[in-house]
Each structure stands twice: as structure tokens, then as C-alpha cells.
Design a protein around this ligand. Structure first.
Ligand code: ADP
Ligand code: MG
Length: 325
């Protein structure tokens, strides 16, 4: 099983940032409102993530580390309409096959916490009592220690940390309700505080992208049939290039050329190289989109791509027209 897990790890675990992504998505699936991330040496030495979510029952701890064990997927229909982030039950098994992973957790029904770690070539899971508040901490130490070829592919600590920071920014935008901290080598680098007012998203956008984008951007709010688009688009007056290109589908950050194309079309008179900044969130019927295209789940496939594209273009064009008057 360890070899199968290591092969699966090749798909899911590219670098420390992909570990952080999988672990933080699990925290969100568990209903956490606060997530603390500690990184040492770009994540190659240690990735520690603590949440205040539901926790994992003692009996379920070994299961959480085994392959294809997921508590989230129950029927085939679930597979089509995936709402939670995790659904393959592969992440923890894969990560633990290429690192030294410990899992410490406590549910609100338990008076004490338990720690689980996989040991030996059979990956037998050992349990021992531990001290921990309700929630879960996962520690991933020495990533790729047993796959030296993969370890050599890691870039400098600074670069690997930058990937983590960038991913976290993108996640922070879509979940302004979650409190997030990020430390590198013991020093706090980010603290995204949860905003508790109407304009939660705008506040988080300001924390993440800085003032200039958030203050001058054009607000997008548009709905048609079962599609809705919200967020912000760089204003035509704000001509400097922005590296802010964030697109979310049903709360999931995705890479998709469709949105870049629609944005460029909405600004009719762009130079070749310009790509206006945006932070856009699309909501649609989950049956209208496949999130299953890539194991790391960065890509999606719309069943009616043309229709979605034209809806986005229409929403942006009318918001730009309104902002001009
Ligand atoms: P998946 O997320 O696809 O279900 P994972 O391998 O990422 O698979 O996680 C396996 C299982 O471990 C999850 O289904 C969940 O039950 C449990 N789990 C993992 N992380 C957490 C967490 N932070 N809080 C609560 N449960 C967790
Ligand atoms: Mg998961």
C-alpha cells in the first residue's frame, strides 16, 4: 500500500504548498473558523496546521490516514455535485507516505485528545493520548524524506514559502469569515482577521491585495438564471498592471482561461500585454461543472462553457458601463 500511496502522492503532493492546500481544505470541511499555519524552512522541514473544527473521533483516526477513506462522499450523486473540498480520501494517505505525519485531534464529545502516526513500511497506525483542544493539528515533517528525487525538485525555502503565502491569499479572499495566521520559521508573516460586518469581503480584499485595488475597483454583482457573479474588477482608470487575477467557482479557486478572455473582451481597447486585475466569484449549479478534471482540483470544465463565458462578459461589460456614468 505504501507504494500505491507514494504514486498517488505524485499527483496530489507536488510541493509544500500543495500539502498546505489539502490540509487547510480539510480544516474548512471540518467547519473550522480559525486556522493557524506554522511553516519551517519553506515547508520542507515542517508544516503544522491547527484548526478549531469538529475534530476526528479516536476510532476514526486510523481510517483518516488510510487510502480512499473519506467521510465526505456517500453516493455517486455526491460525486457529481461535490460541495466539500475533499472527496477522494487520498490526501492524508498520500502525504503520510512521503513524510513523517502526526495527527492529533479531539472532538467535543471526548475529554481527551488522541495522537496518531503511521510507522514502518506497512504504515501501521499507532495511537497515543495527547493534550489538545477541540479540533485537529496535523504535523507534516521532513516532506519527501523517503523520495530523494522529489526532494531535490524543491526550490529554495523562500520560493516554497512564497507559494504557500500566495495560495493562502487566494483562499483568504474567498473565506473572509475565517481567521488565519501564517508563520515562517517562528515569525508571524500574515494575520487575516475575520471581519464581522456587511462588507466583510471588501475588508478582506483590502488586507490581501492592498488599498489601491480594493478602493478603485468596479464592483460586480450580477445574476442570471442559475448563474451569479460577484466580486471586483480593476477600473479602466487604474491602468497599471495588477497581479491580482483570482477566479473562484462555487468557492473553489480555479485556473481557467475563460475568465481572462472575458475580462480582456470587456475592456475593448487594451494593449496586447495588459491583463486587468480581478477577483471574481462565480456560483452555478454544481451539476453544470466538473471539478474532477485534475487531482489537485485547480481546473474545472463547464458543461456550457460558451454560455458561462458570455454571462461573465455581459456582467463585466454592464458593470463597466455603469461605473463610467
Ligand atoms: P478527503 O478530504 O478527501 O475526505 P483526506 O485524506 O484529505 O480525504 O482526509 C481523510 C479524512 O480525514 C477526511 O474525510 C476527514 O474525515 C478526516 N480529516 C482530515 N483532516 C481533518 C480535519 N482537519 N478535521 C476533521 N477531520 C479531518
Ligand atoms: Mg481532503
Amino acid at each position: 500500500p505504501q507504494l500505491a500511496n507514494q504514486i498517488a502522492a505524485g499527483e496530489v503532493v507536488e510541493r509544500p504548498a500543495s500539502v498546505v492546500k489539502e490540509l487547510v481544505e480539510n480544516c474548512l470541511d471540518a467547519g473550522a473558523t480559525r486556522i493557524d499555519i506554522d511553516i519551517e524552512k519553506g515547508g520542507a522541514k515542517l508544516i503544522r496546521i491547527q484548526d478549531n473544527g469538529s475534530g476526528i473521533e479516536q476510532n476514526d483516526l486510523p481510517l483518516a490516514l488510510s487510502r480512499h477513506a473519506t467521510s465526505k462522499l456517500h453516493t455517486l450523486d455526491d460525486l457529481e455535485a461535490i460541495l466539500s473540498f475533499g472527496f477522494r480520501g487520498e490526501a492524508l494517505a498520500s502525504i503520510s507516505s512521503v513524510s513523517r505525519l502526526t495527527l492529533t485531534s479531539r472532538t467535543s464529545a471526548q475529554s481527551e485528545a488522541w495522537m496518531a502516526y503511521a510507522e514502518g513500511s506497512e504504515m501501521a497506525v499507532k495511537l497515543q493520548p495527547a493534550a489538545h483542544p477541540v479540533g485537529t493539528t496535523i504535523e507534516v515533517a521532513d516532506l519527501f524524506f523517503n523520495t530523494p528525487a522529489r526532494r531535490r525538485f524543491l526550490k529554495s525555502d523562500k520560493t516554497e514559502f512564497a507559494h504557500i503565502d500566495e495560495w493562502l491569499k487566494r483562499m483568504a479572499l474567498v473565506r473572509p469569515d475565517i481567521q488565519l495566521t501564517l508563520k515562517h520559521n517562528g515569525k508571524q508573516v500574515r494575520h487575516y482577521r475575520p471581519a464581522n460586518t456587511d462588507n466583510q469581503f471588501l475588508q478582506r480584499l483590502t488586507q490581501v491585495t492592498g488599498r489601491s485595488f480594493a478602493e478603485q475597483a468596479v464592483k460586480i454583482e450580477c445574476q442570471h438564471d442559475n448563474l451569479s457573479l460577484s466580486g471586483y474588477l480593476q477600473s479602466p482608470q487604474q491602468r497599471e498592471l495588477q497581479d491580482t487575477h483570482y477566479f473562484y467557482v462555487n468557492g473553489r479557486l480555479v485556473r481557467d482561461r475563460l475568465v481572462n478572455h472575458a475580462v480582456r473582451q470587456a475592456f475593448a481597447d487594451l494593449d496586447e500585454i495588459e491583463q486587468p486585475g480581478y477577483v471574481l466569484m462565480l456560483q452555478l449549479d454544481p451539476h453544470q461543472v466538473d471539478v474532477n478534471v485534475h487531482p489537485a482540483k485547480h481546473e474545472v470544465r463547464f458543461h456550457q462553457a460558451r454560455y458561462v463565458h458570455d454571462f461573465i462578459l455581459q456582467a463585466l461589460t454592464s458593470a463597466l458601463e455603469q461605473s463610467a456614468t
